[in-house]
Design a protein around this ligand. Structure first.
Ligand code: ZN
Length: 151
C-alpha cells in the first residue's frame, strides 16, 4: 500500500480487508463465476442469487491483495438488493472512475463509498485488482460458468 493513497481510503479498505462482508458461498446460486488477475495473483469466486431481476444475495470468496479484497467486499454490500440494470450502471460508473473515462470530481452520486477507489486510477497496475470482482460478478450474472481473466 502506498503512502500516496489517502488515510480515508486506507481506513476503509483495511476494514473491509480485515473483516470482508458477504464472504463465502451460496447453496444453489443462480449464477457463479471465477475470476483471476494473473498480474497480481488475485483470485475471486462470486456467487449470486437472482429473483425477479434483483440480486437478492451476493457472496465472494478468494485470495487477493488488499485492493481486490476490499473492492469485492464493498461491491457485495453495494449491489445486494439492486436490480441487474442498476448493477450494470454501477459497474460502468465504477469502471469509468478507475480507468479515467470520467473526469476527476465528476458527479457520480450512485457510487457512494465506492468513490474511495478513485485514487487507484493513479496506479494502473492496481486498476485490475479493483475491477476484477466486478468483472466476475458480471460474468456470474450473465450465467457464464467459466473462468474470467483480466488478460
Ligand atoms: Zn491485486
Amino acid at each position: 500500500m502506498t503512502a500516496e493513497l489517502s488515510d480515508l481510503y486506507q481506513e476503509v479498505t483495511l476494514d473491509h480487508q480485515k473483516s470482508p462482508r458477504n464472504y463465502g458461498t451460496l447453496d444453489e446460486p443462480d449464477g457463479h463465476a471465477d475470476g483471476a488477475n494473473p498480474l497480481c495473483g488475485d483470485r475471486v469466486t462470486v456467487h449470486v442469487k437472482i429473483h425477479d431481476g434483483v440480486a437478492t444475495d451476493v457472496r465472494f470468496q478468494g485470495v487477493g491483495c488488499a485492493i481486490c479484497t476490499s473492492s469485492a467486499s464493498m461491491m457485495t454490500t453495494r449491489v445486494k438488493g439492486k436490480s441487474l440494470e442498476e448493477i450494470d450502471g454501477l459497474f460502468s460508473s465504477f469502471h469509468d472512475l478507475l480507468t479515467g473515462d470520467a473526469a476527476p470530481g465528476d458527479d457520480t452520486p450512485t457510487l457512494g463509498k465506492l468513490k474511495i477507489f478513485e485514487g487507484v486510477r493513479n496506479f494502473p497496475i492496481r486498476v485490475k485488482c479493483a475491477t476484477l470482482p466486478w468483472h466476475t460478478l458480471r460474468a456470474a450474472i450473465l450465467g457464464v460458468d467459466e473462468a474470467v481473466t483480466t488478460e
